[in-house]
Design a protein around this ligand. Structure first.
Ligand code: XMP
Length: 517
């Protein structure tokens, strides 16, 4: 049975994915579509509700994304948010004007009696606003349901036509009752039943995978990251030993990580697990190379060479599986043309796996293609993948290769692995792990003078990096307590051979990046 569908119609707002995630958190399956999706296509998808996102434009600008008036004849319950709210009013004959005073940030709004959206919400509550235009005159048949000190029309509706609009952002956690407002729209206005449940997703997907795969084989490139691991576990549940996971260990993972991945998948899951230990090969290719982009290119290229060679050896002729997830393939309402330098374009490159011409597959399988990262993690937990793998912090594809500045050697990899393990151990012990989004050690390849007992030393400097962030586009350095830093420093100099000095990176992003290379 297909899930009931909510569509988030994307008008280029920065919170489009957040809205979709919030809808899914309410137990409703949701997909993001571009604002210019043809009405026929929308109708054919048969959504039980649609949410218009915000966007940076002004409805009066001709180049702004618009919607055909006929959309509102489809009879689909609709919630307009921010720009989406103004667009609803404008398209149906209302007036939108520039605010005399823009509202940005936390604002108090007051609502009257009787709106389904605000049922159970206190008369006055805090919401998140971000707008310079406002609806000054409503279309016929609509009534105002909420206002703020500077915005006379913070929410309006026409319940007979199931059209609702809010100038604020209910999807943002700063909106105190945002979740309730979305919930009311989905359940009371649209009549969703809440059929998006992760355990159902697993059962349905396993069944679909079995039907699709039949008695064929499946090959999956396992990186040890969250997405490919959860895809592997799901496929293992569906087809067991018809699945072969090829794990290329380039020797640039964190300490003992390769063994952990191997143990997890050979002990806990039924599959053929093939590990390729290729550190020597990678170090050989990287010898004498110090340019970061060149290192990235070599590691990426060699990774696939080694992977495809192994796939050839296994005599693959079935399906090729990948851990692609939903954000990897969402097309933004802002457009997604090559050369725009948008994140969407960058991501496409990350996930594009070119298959060599001589290897033929029956097709590609992407079992997680409809899931957001938090949903992937929930599926992973339900499938019994260990916590430390499911909640693994982001780790760059080129691994420690971009955390060793300059040329990479086996000795430097060993020093960095040991140092990184000590730092992570102290963070775990200090209880800071859940607050930090990413924390790791870097080997800047700088030697400094030190003293050990009566001896002068000339050894490696280790830098430690820990950041807090919501989205990795910006990040702040973490205020780790001095006593934790002191313990880390002591242990690094005492326990890790060839380390005699430790520095803590206090650069935020921007101007720094999270990684050093
Ligand atoms: P930066 O350094 O750009 O990092 O601030 C932002 C996030 O991206 C990760 N990162 C990478 N991930 N391949 C990856 O798969 C890469 O080449 C790469 N470079 C950075 C970084 O760890 C952080 O989470």
């Amino acid at each position: 049975m297909a899930n009931q569908l909510c569509i988030v119609l994307d008008f280029g707002g920065q919170y489009n994915q957040l809205i979709a995630r919030r809808v899914r958190e309410c137990g409703v399956y949701c997909e993001i579509r571009r604002y210019d999706t043809p009405l026929d296509e929308i109708k054919a998808l048969n959504p039980a509700g649609i949410i218009f996102t915000g966007g940076p434009n002004s409805v009066y600008d001709e180049t702004s994304p618009h919607i055909a008036k006929e959309y509102f004849d489809l009879g689909i319950p609709t919630l307009g948010i921010c720009y989406g709210c103004q667009l609803m009013a404008y398209t149906l004959g209302g007036t939108v004007e520039s605010c005399t005073k823009s509202e940005y940030g936390k604002i108090d709004v007051t609502h009257g009696e009787g709106s389904l959206l605000f049922a159970g919400v206190p008369d006055t509550s805090t919401v998140w606003m971000s707008h310079t235009d406002f609806v000054s005159r409503l279309p016929e048949g609509f009534t105002v349901t909420a206002h703020s000190a500077d915005c006379p029309c913070a929410a309006f509706e026409c319940p007979e036509r199931k059209l609702y609009a809010v100038q604020f952002h209910p999807e943002v956690t700063h909106s105190q009752y945002g979740r309730e407002i979305l919930h009311h729209f989905l359940y009371v206005v649209c009549g969703f039943t809440g059929d998006w449940v992760m355990s159902d997703f697993i059962d349905n997907t396993v069944q679909k995978l079995r039907e699709q795969i039949g008695d064929k084989q499946v090959i999956l490139g396992l990186s040890g990251g969250v997405d490919s691991s959860v895809a592997a576990a799901l496929l293992s549940k569906a087809v067991g030993r018809q699945l072969t996971c090829v794990f290329v260990d380039q020797g640039l993972m964190r300490k003992d990580e390769g063994d952990f991945v191997e143990q997890t998948f050979t002990k806990l899951f039924d599959m053929n697990f093939v590990r390729v230990n290729a550190q020597e090969h990678f170090l050989e290719k990287l010898r004498g190379v110090s340019d970061p982009e060149e290192k990235r290119r070599i590691i990426g290229t060699e990774f696939y060479k080694v992977f495809w060679d192994k796939v050839r050896e296994t005599g693959a002729d079935g399906f090729f599986a990948q851990g692609t997830i939903y954000p990897d393939r969402i097309e933004s309402g802002k457009g997604n043309q090559a050369g725009q330098g948008s994140t969407a374009v960058i991501k496409t490159h990350h996930n594009m796996v070119e298959k060599p011409a001589d290897i033929r597959f029956a097709g590609t399988i992407e079992p997680l293609a409809d899931l957001f990262k938090d949903e992937v993690r929930r599926v992973g937990e339900k499938l019994g993948i260990p916590h430390e793998l499911v909640w693994r912090q982001p780790f760059p594809g080129p691994g420690l290769g971009v955390r060793i500045i300059g040329e990479i050697t086996a000795e430097k990899v060993k020093i960095l692995q040991e140092a990184d393990a000590v730092f992570r151990d102290e963070i775990r012990k200090s209880g800071l792990e859940s607050e930090l989004k990413q924390f790791f050690a870097v080997l800047p390849d700088v030697h400094t003078v030190g003293v050990m007992g009566d001896h002068r030393t000339y050894d490696h400097l280790i830098a430690i990096r820990a950041v807090t962030t919501d989205d990795f586009m910006t990040a702040d350095w973490a205020r780790i307590p001095y006593d934790v830093l002191a313990r880390v420093s002591n242990r690094l100099c005492n326990e890790v051979e060839h380390v005699n000095r430790v520095v803590y990176d206090i650069t935020s992003k921007p101007p720094g990046t999270v990684e050093w290379e």
